[in-house]
Design a protein around this ligand. Structure first.
Ligand SMILES: [Zn+2]
Ligand SMILES: [Zn+2]
Length: 218
């Protein structure tokens, strides 16, 4: 059975937290609880699922600010983050203060993403792809038919590369990798609506010219 994906825009930046639910086993993961963690946890509890993991695409405040609240309800759900984003993550309360947003420092991550790691929710696998540029430790979680792509690419746009620890050159290499993904993959971004690789190759000016030659395979 397919996973149920619920996008929940949260906080001042309206970042998408994604509830990833396996109906059959009643197990769930959450991607990027960026704010309103207690409400996200309540929503998960109401559906009667067990939260197995907190999967973080990158360490910006609008993607991690709700972790503390989620962990109040689900204290055993491990937090996954790439080690290269620890400088962002560990200072996230200070980041938030700069925007005037009060925030509790999240607990330290329990697990570190590495390229080609595979994490599972019930029978559904996600492979980790390291996509630096917007943030040094940014990852995407690539499933069989969908990708949680964080702030690397959005419908019609891409993530900023003028932030502390951003790297515009690394971003170009990361975008080239996305352009080579299977066209049918649904992209679930950190902000705004979901899209597909095929649509972005045709309509996203930042991916224009990166399409594979016709007939080429990923
Ligand atoms: Zn970001
Ligand atoms: Zn964001």
């Amino acid at each position: 059975m397919a996973l149920r994906i619920e996008a929940v825009p949260v906080g001042a930046f309206q970042a998408n937290a994604y509830l990833v639910i396996d109906e059959e086993s009643r197990r769930a993961a959450i991607v990027d609880p960026g704010a309103e963690g207690d409400a996200l946890a309540a929503r998960l509890s109401a559906t009667g699922v067990t939260l197995e993991a907190i999967w973080i695409t990158h360490g910006h405040l609008d993607h991690v600010g709700g972790i503390t609240g989620v962990r109040r309800t689900f204290p055993d759900a491990p937090i996954w983050l790439h080690a290269a984003d620890r400088p962002l993550y560990d200072n996230v309360a200070a980041q938030a203060l700069a925007y005037g947003i009060p925030m509790e420092s999240p607990p330290p991550p329990d697990r570190a993403w590495n390229e080609d790691d595979v994490v599972s929710l019930a029978s559904h696998d996600f492979r980790i792809v390291h996509l630096p540029g917007h943030a040094p430790g940014h990852v995407a979680l690539v499933g069989s038919d969908m990708v949680f792509v964080g702030d690397v690419v959005f419908a019609g746009s891409i993530g900023r590369t003028d932030l502390p620890l951003s790297d515009p050159h690394a971003m170009q290499a990361s975008l080239a990798r996305i352009a080579a993904w299977a066209p049918h993959l649904v992209l679930h971004p950190g902000h705004g609506p979901s899209t597909t690789v095929a649509v972005e190759l045709q309509t996203n000016p930042f991916l224009a010219g990166m399409a594979r030659p016709l007939g080429a395979r990923a």
